[in-house]
Design a binder for this molecule. Structure first.
Ligand code: PAF
Length: 288
């Protein structure tokens, strides 16, 4: 448990009481949803939220609905004391810690499903994932009722799914993106990097290099099919398995034709080192 000195709420009513008092003082509210095991990427999202809003709520909730049976729900790192320290240092005003029983009580039956940007890529490998994310984020948005919500670009498909959710369900929330935080070798920061052993960790930085080369080839006028084939071959050499390496429309994640790109594009990849999945993405723009 975290101490009483750190402002936190474990129930919806305690959360709402605090947020209501801010609203009465006409203060704006930013929200950073997380599953804990916080790293510098999360901390920079909280700092971004603090720069944009008067008060910031961060939630820590490992959402069972976005894990399929056999995935790492039980093994997912839970580091609440450390998370609370990081959030306090980043001047987060309230940590929201809902319990699984409060989020999904016996008899819980609602779910949120999206198509559009949720189709393909992550969904092809983890078909349950975006329904679980959209469901919990809808509930968290209804509970916190923020003015702004902050998501990392590292989970680019998730970011577009959340933007679509906000648009389709008329949430009066402005969604802002934070840049991907990276280690020195370019590896995108992720709570799951903690699963990598030292050999895997030394290989993991290759993903950044492969995506950089992929984006540079597209921006330099290479055909999408050639650049994709080269990136896929490099990823297959570097990693134990490749789930996908693709270039998609940056705005919608629609598939592209074979030729050179003619609009802003995102190159996206998911690969495996042992049983650890790494995902990352990068922007590519057509030649000027
Ligand atoms: O990105 C995450 O950590 C999770 O998918 C989120 C948005 C907190 C929902 O559980």
């Amino acid at each position: 448990m975290i101490t009483q000195q750190i402002p936190h709420a474990t129930t919806i009513s305690a959360l709402r009481t605090r947020v209501r008092s801010w609203r009465e003082d006409r203060l704006s509210v930013g929200f950073v949803p997380t599953m804990g095991a916080l790293h510098d990427g999360h901390v920079s999202l909280v700092r971004l939220a603090k720069a944009q809003c008067d008060r910031v709520v961060a939630s820590v909730f490992v959402n069972p609905k976005q894990f399929a049976p056999g995935e790492d729900l039980d093994a997912y790192p839970r580091t609440l004391i450390d998370d609370a320290e990081k959030l306090t240092d980043a001047k987060c005003d309230l940590i929201y810690l809902p319990t699984p029983e409060a989020m999904y009580p016996d008899g819980y039956s609602a779910g949120v499903t999206l198509k559009g940007p949720a189709l393909g890529l992550e969904s092809a490998i983890r078909p349950h994932f975006f329904d679980g994310v959209a469901t919990v984020v809808t509930k968290l948005f209804n509970q916190v009722r923020p003015d702004m919500a902050f998501f990392g670009e590292k989970d680019y498909q998730q970011l577009l799914v959340i933007r679509q959710l906000v648009k389709d369900l008329d949430f009066p929330i402005n969604v802002l993106a934070g840049e991907t935080g990276r280690d020195r070798d370019g590896l995108a920061l992720s709570s799951r990097n903690a699963y990598l052993d030292s050999d895997q960790r030394s290989r993991a930085g290759q993903l950044n290099l492969i995506l950089k080369a992929f984006a540079a080839a597209l921006s330099g006028g290479a055909s999408t099919s050639d650049a994709t084939a080269t990136a896929l071959a490099a990823a297959s050499d570097a990693f134990d398995a490749v789930d996908y390496v693709e270039a998609r429309c940056a705005a919608t994640l629609a598939e592209l034709g074979d030729g050179p790109i003619d609009r802003p594009v995102r190159v996206l990849a998911a690969v495996r080192l042992g049983s650890t999945r790494l995902i990352d993405n990068m922007a590519a723009n057509p030649p000027a």
